[in-house]
Write a protein that binds this ligand. Structure first.
Ligand SMILES: C[S@@+](CC[C@H](N)C(=O)[O-])C[C@H]1O[C@@H](n2cnc3c(N)ncnc32)[C@H](O)[C@@H]1O
Length: 511
């Protein structure tokens, strides 16, 4: 039999995740913050797009043209369907990397993205991808790549190996991947009850396994049960990408760019004494025990002078996409918890709270009476972006021209949400990407579109949809059993939604 999967899990579909790092616009602040000119991106490619949420949102909500592949036909079919509904013209294939990357009809790309791919494919597939980047990424173009990293995985890697071996040797093929995943998890639990020396040497393993057990089985199958699985040191990654002539730019995780969020004073001093930036990055991974990297690399890349950097940053437009009541000033970091200073953040959020776009120059001007200097403002913007509270806007002409595509795609998703729990994102013409919108909130939008005008009418409308399918709400971990309780909860949620969330979705041109 011809095994097209090359050892990759294909008997269960992947999750319906959306990844903002794959939005070409996500390069903008990251590049500027690190003194690089953000590239003009008009032609992009995603390798291994899964269910195709990210590629479809980016294709529908921006003027960039997209190509992509995922060899799982169920994924490609789902993705192609979304592409035709949105009318984005995205070209999505069901080809293996080796086939897709050697197609003769592909353009040069300004951007190539791969999320959750590199660590889970064979050495030969990694070589195919590097060669593809070498041939097809234009000079100045960007690669976004995420991967499992060492030393963060060094303790748990043997456990993942054991689980994959259990699934292969003991798991019964005919019972499906979910039963093999569950079987492997149960086995590791029993193993730990014997107090193995491995668990004594790695005391956090039991907690880690407990957390793994809670995770979505689709995700677990793809994360842990592939034939290939290779976490890598940063330096090994740099060596792997060397033939494609890539240079490291920065982490695409905005928070990782901000040293005080991640490193103690001593750690910052220790790192600043290391002159080689690549070695510094390797050492930093030890300090934070890095487990997963999301990085930007560039072919060539233009460095900016401090003046150019400041001017370019001043012209960036941002919009607040979280209601201020929902902004948590406590941020998780490798050091534990980091509390944002109210003195710095309150005035910034005050100015942005109307959810109108503002350039950083406008923010700087509006903050002129405070002690805040431009560098602090930029750092705060990076932190708010990383926390998902701010977004960068694409240019007004693009916002206009993609609106019809986005409306079609969002209408389709919302309609689907009436009967499924899969998709918790909608596309925004303003940000050129996806925005988290819960299932109930999508149904509230549908109710408003259908003419409901009050929270009570919205709640009634949504309850009719849910009740017809026997679906019930959960509040405080309890299922609400009666219609009255469900209606009361929906009423409450709809009231908050209309007051807090709807103005933001309007500002994002989603409603
Ligand atoms: C972990 S999933 C990540 C999907 C998507 N990037 C995301 O993050 O949601 C990896 C994806 O790569 C695809 N894939 C794995 N090996 C491949 C290959 N050799 N050629 C094409 N697609 C492949 C799988 O079908 C799967 O959808």
């Amino acid at each position: 039999m011809n095994d097209w999967t090359a050892g990759y899990i294909a008997d269960i579909g992947y999750t319906f995740g959306y990844y903002r790092e794959l939005n070409p616009l996500w390069t903008k602040l990251a590049f500027l913050y690190n003194g690089f000119m953000p590239p003009e991106i008009t032609s992009a490619c995603e390798l291994g797009f899964g269910q195709g949420m990210s590629i479809n949102f980016h294709a529908a909500a921006s003027t960039c043209s997209w190509h992509g592949t995922d060899f799982n036909p169920a994924h490609a079919c789902y993705g192609q369907n979304l592409a035709s509904i949105g009318g984005s013209g995205a070209k999505l294939y069901d080809e293996a990397f080796i086939e897709f990357c050697t197609r003769q009809d592909l353009p040069e790309f300004d951007y190539i993205g791969l999320h959750g791919i590199w660590s889970w494919i064979s050495l030969s597939n990694r070589a195919v991808i590097v060669d593809f980047i070498r041939r097809k990424l234009r000079v100045g173009g960007v690669v976004y790549i995420s991967y499992n990293t060492l030393p963060g995985w060094s303790g748990f890697a043997p456990m993942r190996h054991l689980m994959a071996e259990h699934a292969k040797i003991i798991g019964v093929e005919g019972h499906g991947i979910v039963s093999r995943v569950n079987g492997a998890l149960d086995f590791t639990e029993k193993l730990l009850l014997t107090h193995p020396a491995y668990a004594k040497a790695n005391p956090y393993i039991a907690d880690r396994l407990k957390a793994v057990k809670q995770q979505n089985r689709q995700y677990l199958a793809h994360e842990y049960f592939n034939r290939d699985w290779l976490p890598m040191h940063f330096a090994t990654m740099a060596d792997s990408l060397e033939p494609a002539k890539l240079t490291y730019v920065c982490s695409a995780n905005y928070h990782e760019n901000i040293n005080p969020l991640n490193l103690t004073h001593d750690q910052q001093t220790f790192l600043s004494d290391i002159s080689d930036p690549m070695f510094r990055e390797s050492v930093r991974d030890f300090i934070v025990n890095q487990q997963f990297r999301r990085d930007f690399w560039v072919k060539g890349g233009l460095k900016l002078s401090n003046l150019e950097k400041t001017e370019a940053l001043q012209s960036v437009q941002v919009i607040l996409i979280t209601h201020r009541k929902n902004i948590d000033y406590k941020i998780k970091s490798p050091m534990g918890e980091f509390t944002l200073s109210e003195e710095i953040y309150n005035p910034i959020i005050d100015i942005l709270a109307d959810h109108e776009p503002k350039t950083l120059a406008q923010l700087e001007q509006a903050l002129a009476q405070t002690d805040l200097v431009f560098g602090q403002l930029v750092e705060a913007v990076m932190i708010l972006m990383g926390a998902g509270h701010l977004a960068v806007l694409q240019d007004p002409a693009a916002i206009q021209s993609v609106k019809a595509n986005v409306d079609r795609l969002n209408a389709y998703i919302i309609n689907k949400t009436r009967g499924s729990n899969d998709i918790t994102f909608l596309a925004s013409p303003v940000t050129g990407g996806g925005i988290f919108v819960t299932l109930n909130q999508q149904l509230f939008l549908l109710a408003l579109k259908q003419g409901c005008t009050t929270p009570t009418a919205v709640a009634q409308f949504v309850w009719q949809i849910l009740a017809a399918q026997g679906r019930k709400l959960i509040s405080d971990d309890k299922t609400l059993e009666t219609a009255a309780d469900n209606l009361a909860e929906l009423n409450l949620q709809a009231t908050v939604f209309i007051e807090n969330q709807l103005p933001i979705l309007k500002a994002l041109h989603i409603f």
